[in-house]
Design a protein around this ligand. Structure first.
Ligand code: APR
Length: 243
């Protein structure tokens, strides 16, 4: 990152997308044979689709929950957990992913702006609880008893979670890094612009340049399990030499 000379105590905000979990065997959405090339997102990932056919939607997320539970964190998740542990400043991970591989790699400070497969939500009363392995349309909410329970996932047309905290962090951070996202879904696709406008240096780490590559000061192309550990090693080397 020729234009950015970290001292080792900067505030880092790291956005992750499906690409960071791809090498753990979890599908991405828009790559060749990605999820949205095999399913109609209007049927699967919208409140209207859920209202039309709750069983179709719950079965889809039951399968993704099963896959996520069987997957293991990869070298990229582990490198970010190492960075959060050893860096001299705050490292906030903002993820679009609904798997819990960051947490299982040892990361704290993870904001899931699109929710998570391990959460269940009652569409009737708003109660949240840990999701069972499989959800069914007749499942009663543990609090209000009504059916209509759903995965605690943010669908298209719904408001992402934690956005006040994210916007604040983007305005405060010194370095913004985006990993494994196509930069096609907002608000996350605008995060680099917001951070850059507030003075942050922005880096994109991805298998290929994203739709918002022009918003970044540096772009590192490669598979996450190689590019992310390499980048983290470089950052921690700076930290150690500055210490
Ligand atoms: N290493 C690094 N990057 C990778 C890898 C890999 N091994 N494999 C794929 N990628 C990159 C792809 O090049 C692509 O740019 O990851 C990106 C995945 O893009 P998408 O499939 O669009 O996933 P994402 O950007 O996370 O989607 C954003 O869209 O459908 C919604 O809610 C869903 O959170 C999701 C959001």
């Amino acid at each position: 990152m020729q234009g950015f000379r970290p001292k080792g105590d900067e505030f880092l905000v790291i956005l992750t997308g499906a690409g960071i979990s791809a090498e753990s065997g979890l599908g991405t959405f828009r790559d060749k044979d990605g999820l949205w090339t095999r399913y109609d997102l209007n049927e699967i990932a919208t409140p209207e689709g859920f209202a039309r056919n709750p069983k179709l939607v719950l079965d889809f997320y039951n399968a993704r929950r099963r896959n996520a539970r069987e997957a293991v964190p990869n070298a990229a998740h582990e490198a970010l957990a190492r960075l959060q542990r050893d860096w001299g400043g705050d490292v906030l991970i903002v993820t679009q992913n609904v798997d819990d591989l960051h947490e299982r790699a040892g990361s704290g400070q993870v904001l899931h702006i699109h929710g998570g497969l391990e959460g269940a939500l009652c569409a009737a009363c708003g109660h949240r609880w840990p999701a069972p392995a499989a959800m069914a349309p007749a499942d009663p909410c543990p609090v209000c008893g009504k059916p209509g329970t759903r995965p605690d996932i943010v669908w298209f047309g719904e408001i992402p979670y934690h956005m006040d905290e994210v916007w604040f962090a983007l305005r405060q951070c010194d370095l913004f890094v985006s990993i494994g996202t196509s930069g096609t879904v907002y608000p996350a696709a605008a995060f680099a612009q917001d951070a850059s406008r507030a003075g942050a240096y922005c880096v994109e780490i991805n298998a290929e340049t994203s739709a918002v590559a022009g918003d970044f000061d540096a772009i590192l192309i490669g598979p996450a399990t190689r590019a992310v550990p390499d980048w983290v090693a470089g950052m921690l080397a700076v930290r150690n030499s500055a210490a």
